[in-house]
Structures are given as C-alpha cells and as structure tokens.
Ligand binder design. Structure first.
Ligand SMILES: *[C@@H]1O[C@H](CO)[C@@H](O)[C@H](O)[C@H]1NC(C)=O
Ligand SMILES: *[C@@H]1O[C@H](CO)[C@@H](O)[C@H](O)[C@H]1NC(C)=O
Length: 376
C-alpha cells in the first residue's frame, strides 16, 4: 500500500488546505484553442492511477483554477459488453470501446473549440455515450438542458472560460494505444503529455487482490511483460512524458507534473511539425510494401512470443499448439489486409501498420493467456 498512501499525500488537497486560489475569478481571458490539453495517464492495473488522477484534478482546480476532466475508462466500460457476460472483455472489444470513447471525446472537443452543444456522434453505442455524458456532468464540465423540447448537452461556463485539461486514465500499455490520443491532439492542435505511474509489480498484485473484482494475476504479469513505457528518445511524439515513481517525493513530483502540464498547454502540437512522422506512421494500406512489412513484423512478434513462452516452461505439446494458433492468427490478419476482409480489422477507420500490429498483439495476448492459465 506504499503507493496509495504516497499517492494520497502527494496529490490530496493537502497542499491547499482551504487555499481556494482566486476562486470565482474566472477572468483569465484565454485563447481557447491554445489552452486545451490532453494528458494520458498510463501504468499497470492497480498502480494507483485513478487515485492519482482524482487528486491531480482536485489540485489543479484549486491551485491553478483550471477546468479538469478525468476520463476513467474503467468507470465508463459498459458492464455487459457483447458476449462478455461475467468475464473480462476480449481485447478486441476493449479496443472497440477505446476507439468509441475517443470519438465521444472528439465530439466534446469539437464543441469546446467551436463553442457549440453536444450530441451523440453517429453509430455510437447508447450505453457508452450515456456513461461518457454522465462522467462529464459529474465533473461539472457540461450540463443538460431542453431546447425547444429537445434535450441537449451544453458546455459549462468554466470549460469555456478557463484552460481545460482532460486526463485519460487507462493502462495504455502499448505505445499504439497512446498514439491514438496523440493523433487526436494533433488533429485539433491541443497540448499533449503523458504520465507513467511506475509502481512495483508486487504492489499492484496485492492491491488488485483487495479489489471487489480483481483481475487474474496472470493478466497483470502479462501486462508487466508487455508494457511499453513512454520512450521519448525513440518516439519524438512522446517527448512530453514523465515517469512518476510511486516512492517519489510528493512535493517534487507534483511540481514536476504541473511543469509537464504547463509545457503541454503552452506548446500545442502543430500539424506541420510532425508531417514526416505522420507519413511514417499513418501508412495507408493496400501497398505491397505494407503487406510485406506487416508480415515481417508479425513474424518477429510471434517468434518473440514463442521465446517467452519457452522461458515460461510451457509444456512442449502446448508450445506446439500455441505456435499453430499464432500462425493461423497471422495468416488471418494478412488475409484481412490483402482482401480488405473484416474479420479483425473491422473497427478501424484508417488502417495503418501500428493499428494492425496492436490489434494483432491484443488477439495474441488472448491466445497466450489461455496457455499461461492452463498450467497454473
Ligand atoms: C453507421 O453504420 C452503418 C451500418 O453499420 C454504416 O453503413 C454507416 O456508414 C455508418 N455511419 C457512419 C457515419 O459511420
Ligand atoms: C496474486 O498475487 C498476490 C501477490 O503475489 C498474492 O497475494 C495473491 O494470493 C495472488 N492471487 C491469486 C488468486 O493467486
């Protein structure tokens, strides 16, 4: 429980203790567009992300007088995803949910930037949209009204008059998951930053065990092996990232975090800035080039996975079946790409290589997990 108490001290209203900085003086006239930021909060399950996010939001509202919204994916996940009854959602369902939430978020951002009201984007799942709306309402970012007997959602005054930060709270353990958020920030020239909450595996496992609906330990083990921490040296788009140790000194850490967020707000992402990178990453399908690349990457991914499975001492027989399953999955993915089939890639709007790879990794994890849990 080191992190939990650390986290509480860190970001609870402690520092403020009744210090309501210039509350009500919403006079700070700001250029809306330059004062809007997205922050990706990532880390293992039970690393303390939600506690952290809540405390951070409270502190920023009090100390900075910002409008802050926390989007906790766990809270918004509909209890009954299709055929997920009583079990964890499958990674592909989770991915669809993630992408739908981003669409909803985009809808909110468009309203903020353009100063309009919000309505559900086409084809949205009602339950997901309702949860999203409830989440924004609870944080006083929007309110509902009836205009000409039509119910609609309007922006709260604070959202329009103050700098606004939205904190996305999920595991975001693959770089490609975070990249989706970055793309959104880039599309609307928003500030963007990432916070990685670094917490020892054992602490996460223990804390997870105390939750009402714990994840299987294997899932957290698996994620710990898979997690791709922000890597600013390798990915220039991740340059605005901060890793926070659960043991960090609270005051120093909160200063660093504020600094990160301020930097993000002051330096919104420019579309032109990343043109070359965009070309690099947002590749369009249908070229033999991408097929070849996908084939190569999936092959490499599989052999890496097999190596890890061997290290886990999975029985030979199962290893063989695992290899077969993964190769079949690879063949299916490549077929989807070649033919424009819709088995695995149906929820993609644009198909770029990193999306394909991340979908594949999601599916692979489901397969692999079967073999890991079999032996325990
Ligand atoms: C909504 O879904 C239908 C059928 O699934 C599809 O034909 C249509 O293009 C979708 N519309 C949008 C705006 O995505
Ligand atoms: C999961 O791991 C924790 C920490 O190692 C342990 O205390 C707990 O008993 C494990 N839970 C299960 C179901 O194995």
């Amino acid at each position: 429980m080191r992190m939990r108490s650390g986290g509480k001290g860190l970001f609870s209203a402690g520092r403020s203790g009744g210090m309501k900085t210039a509350a009500g003086s919403g006079e700070v006239t700001v250029d809306r567009r330059s004062k809007l930021g997205l922050c990706v909060l990532c880390g293992l399950p039970a690393a303390g992300k939600s506690t952290f996010a809540r405390a951070l939001a409270l502190r920023l509202r009090q100390e900075r007088d910002w409008a802050v919204g926390v989007l906790s994916y766990d809270d918004m996940l509909p209890p009954a995803l299709p055929d997920g009854a009583g079990t964890q959602p499958r990674p592909s369902q989770w991915k669809m949910f993630r992408q739908e939430l981003l669409k909803h978020l985009e809808c909110f951002l468009v309203a903020v930037i353009g100063g309009g009201q919000m309505s559900a984007p086409p084809n949205s799942t009602e339950a997901v949209w309702e949860d999203f709306i409830t989440c924004l309402k609870k944080q006083d970012l929007i309110f509902s009204a009836a205009l000409e007997a039509q119910p609609c959602h309007l922006l709260a005054k604070t959202v329009v008059s103050r700098p606004l930060f939205l904190v996305l709270d999920d595991n975001f353990y693959y770089q490609s998951m975070r990249y989706e958020v970055y793309q959104l920030a880039r599309k609307y020239s928003l500030g963007f930053c990432q916070l990685f909450l670094d917490c020892p595996l054992e602490t996460c496992l223990l804390r997870n065990g105390q939750r009402p609906q714990p994840l299987p330990n294997e899932t957290i083990h698996l994620m710990e092996r898979k997690i791709e921490k922000p890597n600013p040296e390798k990915n220039s788009w991740e340059h605005n990232s901060l890793m926070i140790q659960s043991t960090a000194c609270p005051v120093e850490a909160s200063l660093e975090v504020t600094d990160l967020l301020l930097t993000a707000l002051e330096n919104p992402i420019k579309c032109v800035e990343d043109n070359t990178e965009q070309k690099e990453t947002d590749r369009i399908i249908c070229s033999t080039n991408i097929l070849h690349k996908a084939d190569e990457t999936l092959r490499r991914t599989i052999s890496q996975t097999m190596k890890e499975a061997k290290d886990e001492q999975i029985p030979l027989n199962n290893l063989k079946r695992l290899a077969e399953e993964l190769n079949r999955l690879k063949a299916d993915f490549l077929e989807d790409l070649r033919q424009g089939n819709r088995k695995y890639l149906c929820f993609q709007q644009t198909t770029d290589l990193s999306d394909v790879i991340s979908s594949f990794c999601d599916e692979r994890d489901t397969v692999v997990q079967k073999y890991f849990s079999k032996q325990h």
